[in-house]
Design a protein. Structure first.
Length: 197
């Protein structure tokens, strides 16, 4: 498919899952809905991974081609995933209500809230990571919706009181091939600066 408009290219050749998807996720969050990026990857798993990731995040896979062992994907930024079936939609919104109640509580009682948050490349990836952490006996985090200042559509983060603990868990997830994006500082100005990624 010929793309006439000028779009950013993400060259993820030489990177393996989930790294190409993390780069795609980060870049798509920087552009408006409807704009596109081109991704190049030579990871054999990329073809399947990008299709699943686009579905899970509500982004549109415009084209996916393979030439000489390199995949080229054109992805259009969407408005986020909200479920396909009625049951998925109900579960999605029920979880959202619960997470937003936690967020509201922490806005009122600021000292009770996390100081550092870890972002994920998709909602399902975040839940998969949470299940992994719980299986490992790690439960000293809070699950919250992603702040609008980081990403204006639905998403989730896990929060920690302590920077060292956030870094330790981030590294554990990264070592186990989870799609973690960044660690953000929860600051008073709601800028959420990235402190690791």
């Amino acid at each position: 498919m010929q793309v006439k408009e000028s779009i950013k290219t993400i060259d993820a050749r030489g990177m393996f899952c989930p790294t190409p998807l993390i780069y795609v996720s980060r870049e798509l969050k920087k552009i408006p809905v409807g704009e596109k990026v081109k991704v190049l990857s030579d990871d054999k798993a990329f073809k399947k991974d990008i299709q699943i990731w686009c579905h899970d995040t509500g982004n549109k896979l415009i084209s996916l081609q393979e030439k000489d062992g390199v995949y080229e994907a054109i992805i259009e930024r969407g408005t986020g995933w909200h479920g396909d079936t009625l049951l998925e939609k109900v579960r999605f919104y029920a979880i959202g209500v619960k997470l937003h109640l936690y967020e509201y509580f922490f806005r009122i009682f600021k000292s009770a809230g996390p100081k550092y948050i870890i972002t994920f490349m998709s909602i399902p990836e975040g839940f998969r990571a949470i299940d992994f952490l719980k299986e490992k006996g790690i439960e000293d985090f809070t699950t919250l919706p992603v702040p609008n200042e980081i990403y204006e559509f639905c998403g989730l983060v896990i929060g920690f009181k302590n920077k060292e603990r956030a870094q330790e868990v981030f590294n554990l997830l990264k070592e186990n091939k989870f799609g973690v994006e960044n660690i953000h500082l929860v600051d008073r100005k709601k800028k959420y600066p990235i402190i690791a990624g």
